[in-house]
Structures are given as C-alpha cells and as structure tokens.
Write a protein that binds this ligand. Sequence first.
Ligand code: ZN
Length: 304
Amino acid sequence: MTRLPSSVHVREVGPRDGFQNEPERIPTADKIRLINALARAGLKRIEVASFVRPDVIPQLSDGVEVLHGIDVPDDVRLMVLIPNSRGLDNSLKVRDKFHEAAIFVSASETHNKKNVNRTVAETMADNDKMAARIKAEGLDCAAVVATSFGCPYEGKVDLDRVLGLAERFAEAGATEIGFGDTTGMANPAYVKEFFAAALERLPGVEVTAHFHNTRGQGLANAFAALEVGCSSFESSFGELGGCPVPPGSTGNIATEDLVSMFHEMGVETGLSLPGLIDAARAAQDTLGRKLTSHSIVAGPVNWN
Ligand code: ZN
C-alpha cells in the first residue's frame, strides 16, 4: 500500500480562477465578504486578484479594492496573478498588500497565443524579467504552466516540453511551480507518471497540482498526484472556475470536496470543512444559482 503524505497545502483560487469566469459582475463588497469567509475557514493561501487589463477581464478589474478591503489574519499568504510586465507594474503599486506573485505560460503554442496573444518564447522572455523583479521586491515568485496535461487545440502536450518550461521558471527564481489541467484533459494514470517525473526533476521547488473538473476526473487526478508524493494543491470553493479560452471550459475541483476527501483519508489540511462549506454556500447565495460542488449539498461525512 502506498504511503500518502500526512499533510498537504491547499490554496484557494476561487476569488481569481473562479470569479473570472462568472458572467455577471460580482460586487466588490461581496468578493471581500467571501474572501474573509474563506480565511476564517483556515485557508492560509488564497489567490485573490489578477492584474490583467480591465477590458480583457472586467470581472477582475477591482483587484486593488479587493486587496485593500479584505480583512484576513496576518499569516494568510495572498497571491496575485501577473500576466505581463504592465500588470506587474500595477501590482507593485500595492506591493505591501500581497505576498506571492504568480506568472504563467501555456505549454501549448496555440493556447498561449489565444490566451495572451504572444508566442511561448515571447511569454517566457517576459517571465524571466518579471521573476527577477518579483524576487527583487522580496515577494515569493510562483509560476504556472497551463495546459500541462493536454491542449484543447493541439491535443497531447509533451511531458518534456512541460517540465522544460518548469525548469526554466525555477532557474528564473520561481520557488513554486503549478501545473494546470486548464480544460480538464488529465487522467489519473497520466497524472501519476507526470507528478513522479515533475517531483524528481524539480528538487527544492514546491510542485503544485491544479486540476479542473471539466470531465469529472478532478478528484481522481488529485488522489493520483497525492499517491506519488505531491503535497500542494489548488482548488476553488463551490467548484467555481474555468478558463477564458476556449469558452465553456468550466470548473476547478471544489475545495470542500477535495478537503473532505483528504480528511477522510487521514491527510491533514489544517482547514475547517464546515467553514469551507459555509463559504461555498455563501458564494451560491451571492451568485444566485446552484453550484456544482457535492459537499454543499451533502455536508461533511457523519460517522455517527
Ligand atoms: Zn485554473
């Protein structure tokens, strides 16, 4: 029997990856209230904003207001997503409001072009410079490789290509690399092979799994990654989320479902499952539609 990690880190990405996919504008005050609820559930890592151009993703144009408005404990590490040097300039105007900056690239040329309208080479050249600036500011630099497990336009994405990009990020100073299954194309068998290789090739780097539940395989993929020693995960309360391209590629794995699974297997997260479910239910009320998370409906497992 495989020995599972005894504890894992979970980063909540709903306020960025989740909210950016919501068609209706969420009032800033509601975002602040929901982020505060997530922090009260014990989350120590939350991705709260993105410094994309406001005309590209209007939903996230209030990032600065959100950063100013939230009230979370001092030990919560706040992450912002940085798409380019202009975004980094803007984020550094509120440098003291967050701790981690995430830069990204898509592993496949076509997805990268559609997502940020640049080639992978152009994106990585900018990423090298941004990583240096982020480090110089004393912030943690995280990097994300999107479409790591498959591209909706190109199909298979070569493992060596993905890990090559990750190694370049590490050389540039990223201390954490997230691998995104942006449109839910991963399967558990491949995830095992992938994370075993990633953990071996990225010593000293935190390797993070970011699965979308587009085809219902998100939790199986998380378990597969856990089994080969991955201990850092990202998820989204209420199963909110998706990706702007292609349209309709919805759903991160739900934080409350992921945490329920971990706790039932004896893997510690430090999180309050009832608190997470409360936050997801509050998101459901705020958005005014049924969310797809299972734990919202079922609640925690009751063994009595
Ligand atoms: Zn995502």
